[in-house]
Design a protein around this ligand. Structure first.
Ligand code: ARG
Length: 269
């Protein structure tokens, strides 16, 4: 069954050392204080939500010198048990790729490949039932699209992001189930918008307001869709399609330019 709930395995990294120490996306302001205790509490609530919904959550040990490590979705892409490592665009995050690589190699994964070209994991790569959507524009290298296609053996659809507020694919597009997606057209180039219309004519289109509230930085298990509570405009359209929206509170992590999906790497067996 393609549509409908299935239990997932996630990898998350606690925000014990989360802070906004530098600015590599327009949402980050190092002058704005972060309440770390609140970030941890919000993150733990998300983790417990996943567990209550029947999902498995593994944890990656945070490192003090890597304040963005909480955004675990960026560290690798896992599909069919095969792991493609990340290679970060910014040196501030470069070592996170090693932490993810080590985690996979010590947790029974035998196909773990370091990336040749810059890619920020599930920040820019997301599989649907038929394709691997692969974005570039701000972080991932266009050559990473080909690299991922070859490694996973799944047709990769290259998409071009054009608005710096939506610097990663997962800030502008979310796979709900199978080949059903929701996205914000304004984040993409005209050509990519045409590609998305062609492949996903029935997609749920988000407003700029919901996209700016990180409503597309959501995680779907095929039925429940966990999304930031500020993106309230998506709740009704999701319900009408038979999904169960689960609003979560992640305000502290928004200061780093991330929300639900950024904190959640999916380990696809
Ligand atoms: N501060 C991080 C960065 O700019 C946030 C990453 C968000 N992660 C994501 N999957 N979009 O790299």
């Amino acid at each position: 069954m393609i549509r409908g709930y299935s239990p997932r395995r996630y990898l998350m990294c606690p925000p014990e050392h989360f802070r906004v120490a530098y600015a590599i996306n327009p949402w980050m302001d190092p002058g704005k204080p972060v309440d770390t205790a609140l970030a941890v509490a919000q993150w733990e609530a998300l983790r417990e939500r996943y567990r209550a919904l029947g999902h498995t959550v593994d944890e990656l040990a945070p490192r003090r010198e890597l304040p963005d490590m909480v955004f675990a979705a960026n560290g690798a892409t896992v599909l069919g048990g095969r792991v493609l490592g990340a290679r970060f665009a910014h040196r501030e995050r470069a070592e996170e790729a090693d932490a993810h690589h080590d985690w996979y190699t010590t947790h029974g994964f035998t196909e773990v490949r370091p990336a040749e070209h810059t890619n920020e994991g599930e920040g820019d790569f997301t599989p649907t039932a038929s394709w691997l959507l692969a974005a570039r524009g701000f972080r991932s290298d266009p050559l990473a699209v080909q690299e991922a296609q070859e490694y996973f053996g799944r047709p990769a659809i290259g998409l071009h992001l054009v608005d710096p507020a939506f610097y990663h694919l997962d800030t502008a597009l979310c796979v709900l189930a199978g080949d059903e997606i929701m996205y914000y057209p304004g984040a993409f180039s005209p050509g990519s918008r045409a590609v998305l219309r062609r492949l996903f004519p029935d997609a749920l289109l988000a407003t700029a307001e919901d996209a700016r509230a990180f409503g597309l930085n959501a995680v779907s298990d095929g039925h429940h869709v966990l999304l930031p509570q500020e993106a309230s405009g998506l709740v009704e359209p999701l319900r009408l399609r038979g999904y169960e929206p689960v609003p979560v509170h992640l305000s502290e992590l928004l200061k780093g330019g991330g929300s639900v999906k950024c904190c959640t790497a999916e380990i696809r067996g």
